[in-house]
Design a protein around this ligand. Structure first.
Ligand code: HPA
Length: 232
């Protein structure tokens, strides 16, 4: 057991998908995994292990933002020996050429996070996806005929930023979208020598102000999920 995850040794698979919302973890386990069992309910942050096409996989909710995500990812790696983590989540598009409902493979994740600032003492680290996972996910997306965009994203600490349009700095450097966790995933993966990838769907658009309906969210979420499960 770790502080925030109540699983016993061996109850978590080497490959873990991490949605932000713990209810999504339950939805994925019910819909896609065979023989799923729940190994964690601490703080309602559900975790399940089951099999997908015979492969053992766990699904662990992360909560929102880098601090919450970092707690769960660190415990998965250091207490349970997890070797591959894929974040699955939503993001807001920052560029006109990115469309609502697009699937994004985050090759790298820029950040304004205070955590990375502290780790690197004011120097700049470039949080980067595992090439192996990225390459596999890209090939799978072509097989499954899912149109993906691949590039840099922005992991912010602030969902409600009081500086209007600050995201435009990132957009002007070709950053595709904003979310709140991937930079922590890539930094922790580098530190602990594991593989990591963030696969995201565009749920809202900062340029056009469009937003997905909940139905659309569910449909594109399933597409992203199938891509993640097939990559795993
Ligand atoms: N900002 C931060 N995170 C997000 C957004 C956003 O607009 N949309 C989805 N995740």
């Amino acid at each position: 057991m770790s502080i925030h995850i109540a699983a016993k040794a061996g109850e978590i698979a080497e490959v873990v998908l991490m949605p932000g919302d713990p209810m999504r973890a339950q939805y994925i386990a019910n819909k896609y995994l065979q023989n799923a069992t729940c190994y964690n309910q601490v703080r309602g942050m559900f975790g399940f292990t089951g099999t997908y096409k015979g492969k053992r996989i766990s699904i662990q909710g992360s909560g929102m933002g880098i601090p919450s995500f970092s707690i769960y990812a660190t415990e998965l790696i250091t207490s349970y020996g997890v070797k591959k983590i894929m974040r699955i989540g939503s993001c807001g598009a920052l560029l006109k050429q990115v469309n609502i409902r697009d699937v994004i493979l985050a090759m790298s994740a820029s950040t304004d996070s205070g955590i990375n600032d502290r780790y690197f003492q004011g120097m700049t680290f470039a949080p980067t996806a595992s090439f192996e996972l990225l390459n596999q996910a890209y090939k799978k997306s072509q097989e499954l005929k899912i149109d993906v965009k691949v590039g840099n994203i922005f992991s912010t600490d602030l969902f409600y930023d009081h500086i209007p349009d600050s995201w435009k700095i990132w957009a002007s450097f070709g950053v595709l979208a904003v979310e709140m966790e991937a930079a922590a995933l890539y930094t922790l993966a580098a530190k602990h020598g594991i593989q990591a990838l963030a696969i995201l769907t565009v749920s809202d658009h900062l340029v056009t102000q469009e937003a997905c309906s909940s139905e659309e969210r569910e449909k594109t979420f399933n597409q992203m999920l199938e891509l993640a499960l097939e990559t795993a």
